[in-house]
Design a protein around this ligand. Structure first.
Ligand SMILES: C[S@@+](CC[C@H](N)C(=O)[O-])C[C@H]1O[C@@H](n2cnc3c(N)ncnc32)[C@H](O)[C@@H]1O
Length: 231
């Protein structure tokens, strides 16, 4: 058995996420947006769904309310505690797993849908690709992966101008303060949209859509091809 003492320590990111402070605000309409996304993804009663980096569990709870069998996975026990409170308030069952993108337990080819929103940027690029390969392995052939994250749409030579534009946008539209934007840039691992797209297709996904809306937000819909289909 390999010692794997070189494996990335995801828990070092605990508490660093600058956006975590904003999670849990109920004044946004994240449950409505989430329900619309899950309907678009065609969630059916009985589907096996995982939300990895689930935060306070808004999406996981909505999926459970739609009848899915949901794994709410997050590296932060505090976040999972919030998810459990939310599930109990809404009277749905949720299975929680204190694990990360690089360590969640799964049966190969078992999920009908995996979602990960604003968590992948916690990993450096090498480990992002490893995480994406694990997600690919966990999905049933023909199943979907829905990924949202903070990504750079610009080319590397536009970084100064684009980061300032993103800071202004986030401060005006998302109530972020400048400190949290600065922390994200300096200490987290958002990468370019074209890097993410290449990783996704290289691990085998079919890129159904890539939507770059608002400065630095990427939304990707992926499909794991069935045997014999082209990736
Ligand atoms: C910005 S929050 C997003 C939460 C939720 N998905 C949402 O969109 O509201 C990022 C979440 O990712 C979790 N996280 C950080 N590193 C992670 C990792 N390596 N694997 C899984 N989750 C991670 C954090 O604990 C946090 O709950």
């Amino acid at each position: 058995m390999l010692a794997r003492d070189w494996y990335y320590t995801q828990r070092r990111r605990l508490g660093i996420d600058s956006a975590v402070a904003s999670i849990g605000d109920s004044h946004d309409n994240s449950d409505l947006r989430t329900r619309a996304a899950l309907s678009m993804l065609g969630v059916q009663p009985g589907w096996r769904v995982a939300d990895i980096g689930c935060g306070n569990g808004v999406l996981a709870v909505e999926a459970a309310l739609m009848g899915a069998d949901v794994d709410a996975i997050d590296i932060s026990p505090a976040m999972l505690a919030l998810a459990r409170i939310q599930a109990s308030d809404r009277k749905v069952a949720l299975r929680t797993q204190p694990a990360g993108l690089l360590s969640f337990a799964y049966q190969p080819n078992s999920y009908d849908l995996i979602v990960s929103e604003f968590a992948l940027h916690h990993l450096p690029d090498f480990w992002k690709a490893v995480a994406l390969a694990r997600i690919y392995a966990a999905l049933k052939p023909g199943a979907s992966f829905y990924l949202r994250d903070i990504v750079f749409v610009s080319m590397p030579d536009g970084v100064d101008r684009d980061v300032e534009a993103w800071a202004d946008f986030s401060i005006k539209n998302h109530d972020f303060d400048r400190d949290s934007v600065v922390t994200h840039m300096r200490d987290e691992y958002s990468t370019f949209g074209w890097v993410i797209e290449r990783m996704l297709t290289d691990v085998g996904f079919t890129l159904v859509s890539a939507d770059y809306h608002a400065p630095l937000h990427g939304t990707y819909l992926l499909r794991k091809p069935k045997p014999g289909e082209q990736g």
